[in-house]
Design a protein around this ligand. Sequence first.
Ligand SMILES: *Cc1c(COP(=O)(O)O)cnc(C)c1O
Length: 399
Amino acid sequence: MSLRNGRSYLAIPGPSVTPDRVLRAMHQPAPNIYSGSLVDLTASLIPDLKTVARTNGHVAIYIANGHGAWEAALANVAAPGEKVLVLATGRFGHGWAEMAERMGIHAEILEFGLDTPVDPAKVETRLKQPDAAGFKAVMVTHVDTSTSILNDVAAVRAALDAAGYEGLLMADCIASLGCDRFEMDAWGVDVMVAACQKGLMTPPGVSFVFFNEKAAEVRRAMPLVSIYWDWTNRGNPEEFYQYFAGTAPTHHLFGLREALNMIVHEEGLDAVFNRHTRIAEAVWTAMEVWGDGGPMTLNVEDRKDRSHAVTAARLTGPNGTALRDWTEQNMGVTLGIGLGMAHSGDPAWHRHFRIVHMGHVNGQMIFGVLGSIEAGLTALDIPHGEGALGAAAKVLAAS
Ligand SMILES: *Cc1c(COP(=O)(O)O)cnc(C)c1O
């Protein structure tokens, strides 16, 4: 017998849960893309996107997933033959570096491993070397979704300043925007990339590059940027079609408008951060209790280094995959796979799983996930500590 029939829950790191309101907003005929309400709606998104990023800079919107935003950001600031420095704490840091390499940009990687955040002192040391002035940008992943490491971007900025580094600081906030506190201007970030299908609660298909005046200056000095990736007109369009270098992503804009209403105008960004914090604490508390009486371990040991959007964990043997399969087939909850923690052909890969708690997630949803995992651990005879749900309930009760 399966208990999966009912509303399913996709607890994977993107696409996140899309609110019904967002889906309903998208369910309408295509609008005129030359004039009328879509023009006003698009213009109304810009200040709200900047609010979410905490910036007074510019934002360019791309019809692309996060990989597109990675390429867009690089295309505007670094030419083939130039170099960048990538601070890697998981699969996504390496992915952005590979993107640079395939564009002919040399990406030097500073590796921080898979369970500890960027060490700013090591960044400072590297940037004090005489050749460091040649890096067009330092690239950091705010939350690496594969490892669930949260990097201290303000501390990275301080390291850049201490080293006298004058290039750009670029941050990947694809997983963290609208989940983990991020302050683009206050933290001295010059370029930031994000996408709509994680904290911004909209189906995949639109991504963003935020950039400040310093980055715009670097763009102006670039010899050549393709019409499609160039952020200049997208960020400051004279004609509506320039926002998107072609047809607007009409329905995504409807959905995004509704999602930003919820985040910016109804709940408020600080309340959104607080909700993510409390829900993450409930998840960690439950997992730590399970781990006290069994093999479950959280990937990141120190709470201050953990994302509030996603939590990576491991079991032993094939039990990560077994648990994911069990919760999906029996409870209607799909957990995240392990990403970048082992090669997918390696049996060790099957130890890993991730719980995602980003975007449109509340207390009862997270209890559904935690309760389903507890049922799975029990059904699969995976040893685990008792009392995890009660401990998580105490965390939520204290809010
Ligand atoms: C999801 C994600 C990406 C990739 O985004 P896609 O939309 O899958 O291309 C990049 N970086 C981070 C941190 C992510 O979480």
